[in-house]
Write a protein that binds this ligand. Structure first.
Ligand SMILES: [Zn+2]
Length: 434
């Protein structure tokens, strides 16, 4: 069978497989696989791998095996749940020739659906309304996993033997940083020549980048006193707001000078805001009538490809040090900075990488519209492929404008188009066996 015939056949067969797609997605959505409790979602994936007759490898990640890796950090989901019972799963579809290996990869974990009462219907029951389907994870990214399964099923049904191997991956804890998920998959040896992750970036838009993200704690000291003798104390709140203003100024200056067009490719409102410093938690003080002795500010910095983690750490630390040196109290009693939790470097894939061109062409031809390159606002698992294994990776998935939100939704059409893009791109990339 020639490539074009094979592609036309899988496109037609996927278009006629709406019921199969929804049946898989319904079971995936019903599995409440919130980060830390992925087992119930993985059970559905394993049933599907079994139904497709695939060889599967499952394992729990191990901190001991990962902690020396430069991409490692201790995730909040590891701290809360450990890794016991939290298996990754990789199924291999062996190629019939010596073509390149492609990974189709997705995360099985979802964020909580709270407040569930705000949803129009139960978030854990797939609901269809015309072309729209609702439920936690339908776009991020159980819909993508269902599209992967459908693509693999249809390739087999149509009797298309790829020349290269396909890795079909279902990973844990992407929402907490993916260290025990995709990084563990790669460290186990599943390193393909290219990868596609159907996160909901809205085909024909194609994701080629992710943001760096780090969390930090700034602890600002004050001096405790009774409020009536407040002049004898030093308010840690006042000192913390001095530090917060300096960080705001740094943020303004960075936003005015740092640009990365893919970060606003799909959302023009993000132009001028492709990097962010946010103080998200402020804790301090213990009594209305006491001058607070300490304030803790917990922040996040996000930035597009272009700067290393060390560059960004230096910018923030020197801003805090300079602000402290301008203040008599803080010069003597400097704040402490600790980098804790999220610690992800950004990544960017060249636009002319073969997998980027293949996926872009297939998506544009299937959907009949031109797409744009997007990415660079949020951290993604994709970084592990590109940064540490030099594997080109594309984010290519369904429509999903309110991922993580109430009434998360996507469309049946965009999931079928995702499956078509995955299957045709696998044919182009891996080749067809003689
Ligand atoms: Zn996701």
């Amino acid at each position: 069978m020639d490539t074009q015939t094979a592609k036309t056949r899988v496109e037609g067969s996927i278009a006629a497989s709406e019921r199969e797609l929804l049946e898989i997605l319904e079971r995936l959505v019903a599995a409440k696989s919130i980060t830390g409790n992925e087992y119930c979602g993985q059970a559905v994936m394993l049933e599907e791998f079994d139904r497709l007759g695939l060889e599967v490898d499952t394992w729990e990640p191990s901190v001991d095996a990962l902690e020396d890796h430069p991409g490692f950090f201790r995730t909040s989901s590891y701290d809360e749940c450990g890794y016991e019972g939290r298996e990754n799963a990789v199924a291999t579809v062996s190629g019939a020739g010596d073509g390149p290996t492609l990974a189709l990869s997705g995360h099985i974990d979802v964020v909580p659906a709270a407040p569930e009462s705000a949803w129009e219907s139960d978030p854990w029951t797939l609901r269809r309304d015309g072309d729209e389907i609702y439920g936690r994870g339908v776009s991020d990214m159980k819909g993508g996993l269902a599209a992967i399964l459908l693509a693999v099923d249809v390739l087999a049904e149509e009797g298309i033997d790829l020349a290269g191997d396909l890795y079909v991956q279902s990973t844990i804890e992407e929402e907490a940083g993916g260290v025990g998920g995709l990084l563990s998959v790669l460290e186990r040896g599943y390193v393909p020549d290219a990868a596609i992750i159907p996160e909901p970036f809205g085909l024909p838009n194609v994701g080629i980048a992710s943001a760096g993200v780090m969390f930090f704690d700034v602890t600002v000291p004050g001096k405790k006193a009774h409020a009536a003798w407040g002049h004898q104390g030093v308010s840690a709140f006042d000192k913390a707001s001095h530090i917060a203003s300096a960080l705001n100024e740094l943020n303004d200056q960075r936003q005015a000078t740092i640009d990365f067009p893919p970060a606003y490719g799909a959302d023009p409102s993000l132009e001028g805001h492709v990097t962010n410093i946010n103080i998200g938690v402020v804790e301090g003080g213990d009594w209305p009538a006491s001058v607070p002795a300490e304030v803790l500010m917990k922040g996040r910095v996000g930035w597009p490809p272009g700067e290393s983690r060390a560059d960004v750490r230096d910018a923030i630390e020197s801003t805090i040090e300079n602000a402290a040196s301008e203040d008599e109290w803080l010069a003597e009693n400097p704040p402490t900075i600790e980098w804790t939790g999220w610690n992800a470097a950004p990544h960017e894939v060249p636009r002319d990488a073969e997998i980027v061109e293949i996926v872009t062409q297939n998506a544009e031809s299937i959907i009949g519209e031109d797409g744009t390159f997007v990415g660079g606002n949020a951290a993604l698992d994709e970084r592990f492929y590109k940064r540490y294994y030099d594997v080109p990776v594309v984010t290519a998935g369904p429509y999903g404008p309110n991922l993580h939100g109430v009434d998360e939704y996507t469309t049946v059409t965009s999931l079928l188009e995702t499956a078509q893009t995955l299957a045709t791109s696998a044919i182009d990339y891996c080749g067809i066996a003689e």
